[in-house]
Design a protein around this ligand. Sequence first.
Ligand SMILES: [Fe+2]
Length: 285
Amino acid sequence: MILMKNSLLLIAKNLVKKGDLFINKFGEKDFHKEAVQLLSSAKIYESFNYKELALNAFEKSFNHEQNFKHLEFSDLPLTIARGEKCFVDLYFWRRRPTVIHNHHFRGAFQCLEGLNIDSEFKFTKLKQFTRSHSLGKLEEKRVKTLKQGEIEGINFQDKFIHQNLHQSDLTVNLCFRTADVPKKNLSNFLYSGFKYEKEQSSLSRVERLLAFTRINDFDYKKLNLNLEDAINFELMTYGSESKNPFFLKLKKYLAQKVKDETGLNISSLINQHEKILDKIESEYE
Ligand SMILES: [Fe+2]
């Protein structure tokens, strides 16, 4: 079967061409502004048709390298166009909020269908614990509703911190963006102002530690686990229901290390955070 050429895909292809031209000329620094301009003149949301897209996503010509793995982000992440220095993703969300986060890329997102309640935050750092963990004041700057066709720029790292509530049964967002900036990471934030950067090598270290605990006992006190390991371990094992005594002993040891060195109780910070999230979700209309 030959399908009609999808105008959404053609517009997306055209957007990345224009994005590349801009980046090649001016660099990525102001791409979040340019992406807003290009998206608003492209009117790509008018061409969004779910049924058509589903068919097109299985065409031979649909061979774009995917940015996210299936279920890594949103209910369905889909890269629909790729340029040299920028690309266009679509994200499908069912009624749920994202975490509070910043980004290690620049771009803009546009609502294609459904509804976003987007809260933007300002973070003022008060205390740095490790290269990836700090505590600060997190203040809500504004809440904005993004309906079909509406666009919001995504500036780099702490210049744009947000949380997006997807209150519709289905919200589809398009994201026109640069690639992740090498050696930079995104961060998540708790409502208490605790900020944690997703530094991949240190997260991998804790994943490795967890994998070892599942196999057999070992002398973890000889590992020189540092504060960064301890905080990441707490963040990554929050809500774990494991009854493995060795794991529980290590978890208690690391939680105590975090408490001794920072005065923080990570589990109770996450508990507080989850309570606020539960409240937000229960208020969904
Ligand atoms: Fe975001």
